[in-house]
Design a protein around this ligand. Structure first.
Ligand code: TPP
Length: 329
């Protein structure tokens, strides 16, 4: 899948403090997932992991434009959205280790992250199912008369589920405060979009529901942030209901697991090259002084090693936890 030329939409203005904060978030997610990949073969991590290495800019760009009381709905490839929204790294790492101190007490694993103290809705392994849950949350926020907004993340594969079309229609009809964010990484497991869609005009399809749609061709984190900020401002003012973003991005690792899979026969390493060249972690880092970048990198490493130590030192859930949390209270 070749990367298209960037489109010219909103000028992305960011202050020095913005760049510093956004770089830290990108770097934390990248390094945390690289650490997960490093530890994974030891079998200490008990959960399958869908890494978002290479895709971080979407979650970071979107979440940086949200308020703390706004809500995100991640997917099973959800480490980036979880962390970008402020989810606790220690509790995420413990969850991957299957420990009682994890976000779901060690029972859910990587695909079922949740942190309602930071307004991160629970993820699900079942493709597309988080979209109507996010929609229901947006309906509740609207009925409560708040100006809070939900950002619902999902992959290109999820747009092929029937519930995606139903959710678009319902959201448009009821003018719900929801930003739909499609992370289009061009693959559903090993099947490329060219074998699944007769046309790649996803935004056009969405617009037929009466929803404004923007395609962001490259992974430019500041552009994603600027377009999100504009969209959220419109949604918050209650002007028009939902808005849709198609963020084109690229998954650097295999669908599930810590490795690369360019020998699997469904994609070529040359497809990856332009995305590595455009790596947002490196690009944002290059905007900082060497000393500031080194300081941030060191603090990120400390945060990650603290989280790993916390996960390793925590206990597994006891047998008494087997039948708890089965039903909602
Ligand atoms: C309802 C359902 N159908 C099929 C699957 C198997 N499955 C797991 S991930 C996946 C691909 C989804 O691709 P996409 O939504 O683009 O997300 P990505 O993995 O690229 O982030 C599929 C088909 C599933 N988990 N749930």
């Amino acid at each position: 899948m070749t990367k298209r030329a960037p489109n010219s939409v909103v000028a992305a203005v960011a202050s020095a403090a913005d760049i510093e904060r956004i770089y830290r978030s990108l770097r934390l997610i990248r390094r945390a997932e690289e650490e997960v990949a490093r530890i994974y073969p030891s079998n200490k991590i008990k959960s399958p992991v869908h890494l978002s290495i290479g895709q971080e800019a979407v979650a970071v760009g979107v979440c940086d434009a949200l308020r703390p009381d706004d809500v995100v709905s991640p997917t099973y490839r959800g480490h980036a959205a979880f962390l970008a929204k402020g989810g606790e790294l220690k509790a995420m790492m413990a969850e991957l280790y299957g420990k009682a101190t994890g976000v779901t007490g060690g029972k859910g694993g990587s695909m079922h992250l949740i942190d309602m103290s930071h307004n991160v809705l629970g993820a699900s392994a079942v493709v597309g199912t988080t979209i109507p849950v996010a929609l229901g949350y947006a309906l509740a926020l609207k009925r409560m008369g708040t100006d809070r907004v939900v950002a619902a993340f999902f992959g290109d594969g999820a747009t092929e589920e029937g519930v995606f079309a139903e959710s678009l229609n319902f959201a448009a009809l009821h003018k719900l405060p929801i930003l739909f964010v499609c992370e289009n990484n061009f693959y559903a497991i090993h099947t490329p979009i060219t074998k699944r869609w007769a046309t790649e005009r996803l935004c056009e399809r969405v617009e037929t529901y009466g929803i404004p749609a923007h395609q962001i061709d490259d992974g430019d984190v500041l552009k994603i942030r600027a377009i999100t900020a504009n969209s959220i401002a419109q949604i918050r003012r209650g002007e028009r209901g939902p808005i849709f973003l198609e963020c084109r991005t690229y998954r650097w690792r295999e669908h599930v697991g810590p490795n690369e899979d360019f020998d699997a026969g469904y994609r070529a390493r040359t497809d990856l090259a332009p995305w590595v060249e455009d790596d947002q972690v490196a690009k944002l880092g290059a905007k900082l002084s060497d000393s500031l970048r080194a300081k941030i990198d060191a603090s990120v490493e400390r945060e990650i090693s603290d989280a790993v130590a916390f996960a390793e030192a925590s206990d597994f859930p006891g047998p008494g936890a087997l039948r708890t949390d089965v039903y909602a209270n």
